[in-house]
Design a binder for this molecule. Structure first.
Ligand code: PLP
Length: 428
């Protein structure tokens, strides 16, 4: 038994499913998860000493690779000053200034401890501001595990939500409307069927959580116009895309400015952080400025803000990071597409900036229904074949890969070599 297997056996006795977040359990691809020991640059090392090139990067935050000196130094510098005060600090102000400078939609911002907290808080504020109860989300978009977001797609655009998880009440679910991503007619129909009832429309402007799905040309602009027309707060959930697709996130890349934005992951450089913000008149509703309550003992934590500031400042001062990520990711994604084609598979590869997915289907993937056409058993075999060759991918077809600046040309070649062999093995 390997050390990983041993730890997983122990973990299953102690922790539900043996993991502290479900996707880590490898349920979608079979097998047992690998327990990690350390990481540096592009490489993860597991508890048995095996090494893997990392294409998850903690699900996004490690955009500069693992343990970058600039972030570690900032944390080291902050460490002797203690770990938490429960009182305001200078760095919270500086981080707010930087976030507001970089992200077009932010006029005011509040720090929290996770992406989930950010989205839960943001919809409360939107509801408080508009005095409306309903929210609308898109099928296949993930916004954390808040009750309001765990709602099944339902049978059509106008169907009221049904809970996706036991423990989410019908009462909560009925206030969440869902429509397919990239579907303007369905969106218009849902708005028309719920006049002056929708507080906010929340969207991943580029979806990472059904695999990588890009907004159709003009979709975000149309969404913006509809929200303005109907007094609905447009909320971009940029927990994955923020500071990754561009210094100002997807909203900068596509030139569409939402009313509110949620952030996470990258802004903590690997430590637990989230943030939500937007127009000042909306954010002024948040306590203690306004009546919408939201709080957090560890919010603005000194180590998390140190790590986040260091990483964001680096991104701010080194725009060449995005040029490098674009070139590396294009090389990876184009190479993957070509290999699939050479093997007669014609699989779909979607990419925006440093996020991409290989879908095990030859049809275009523009929404959740399309993504579900993928050959999941073949993906599972591919995943394990890649892992065996030292390539660490997300253990699900419905996740994107995240590229870091630590991926060199040599590692791109390693990935592409493994990709060819693994696709063959998966279809052998
Ligand atoms: N929103 C999006 C778009 C996400 O991808 C995630 C997590 O992956 C979340 C929200 C929730 O963030 P967290 O896991 O930090 O609670």
């Amino acid at each position: 038994m390997t050390t990983s297997e041993n730890l997983f056996a122990r973990a299953q006795e102690l922790i539900p499913g043996g993991v502290n977040s479900p996707v880590r359990a490898f349920r979608a691809v079979g097998g047992a998860p690998i327990f990690m020991q350390s990481a540096a640059g592009a490489w993860l090392t597991d508890v048995d000493g095996n090494k893997y090139v990392d294409f998850i990067n903690s699900w996004g935050p490690m955009i500069l690779g693992h343990a970058p000196a600039v972030v570690l130094d900032a944390v080291r510098e902050a460490l002797p000053h203690s770990l938490s005060y429960g009182a305001p600090t200078r760095r919270e102000v500086e981080l707010a200034e930087l976030l507001i400078e970089m992200v077009p939609s932010l006029e005011k911002v509040r720090l929290v401890n996770s992406g989930t907290e950010a989205t839960m808080s943001a919809i409360r504020v939107a509801r408080g501001y508009t005095g409306r109860d309903k929210i609308l989300k898109f099928e296949g978009c993930y916004h954390g595990h808040g009750d309001s977001f765990l709602i099944a797609a339902g049978s059509g655009a106008l169907t009221l939500g049904a809970p996706d998880s036991p423990g989410v009440t019908e009462g909560v679910a009925k206030d969440t409307l869902t429509v397919p991503y990239n579907d303007v007619p369905a969106l218009k129909a849902a708005i028309a069927a719920n006049p002056e009832q929708i507080a906010t429309i929340i969207i991943e402007p580029v979806v990472g959580n059904m695999g990588l799905v890009e907004p159709a040309p003009g979709f975000l602009a149309e969404l913006r116009a509809l929200c303005t027309q109907h007094g609905i707060i447009l909320l971009f959930d940029e927990v994955m895309t923020g500071f990754r697709l561009a210094p100002g996130g997807a909203q900068q890349l596509y030139g569409v400015t939402p009313d509110m934005t949620t952030l996470g992951k990258i802004i903590g450089g690997g430590l637990p952080v989230g943030a939500y913000g937007g127009r000042a008149d909306i954010m002024n509703q948040v306590a203690p400025a306004g009546k919408v309550y939201q709080a957090g003992t560890l919010s603005g934590n000194p180590l998390a803000t140190a790590a986040g500031m260091a990483q964001l400042r680096y991104l701010h001062e080194h725009p060449e990071v995005y040029t490098q990520l674009e070139a590396t990711s294009a090389h990876l994604a184009d190479g993957t597409r070509q290999i699939a084609k050479d093997l007669g598979l014609n699989y779909t590869v979607n990419r925006v900036g440093s996020m991409f997915s290989l879908f095990f289907t030859s049809e275009p993937v523009n929404n959740l229904e399309d993504a579900k056409k993928a050959d999941l058993p073949a993906f599972g075999r591919y995943f394990h074949a890649m892992l065996k060759r030292g390539i660490y991918l997300a253990p699900s077809q419905f996740e994107a890969l995240f590229v870091s600046t630590s991926i060199t040309d040599e590692l791109v070649e390693k990935y592409l070599g493994a990709c060819r062999e693994s696709l063959l093995e998966a279809h052998g």
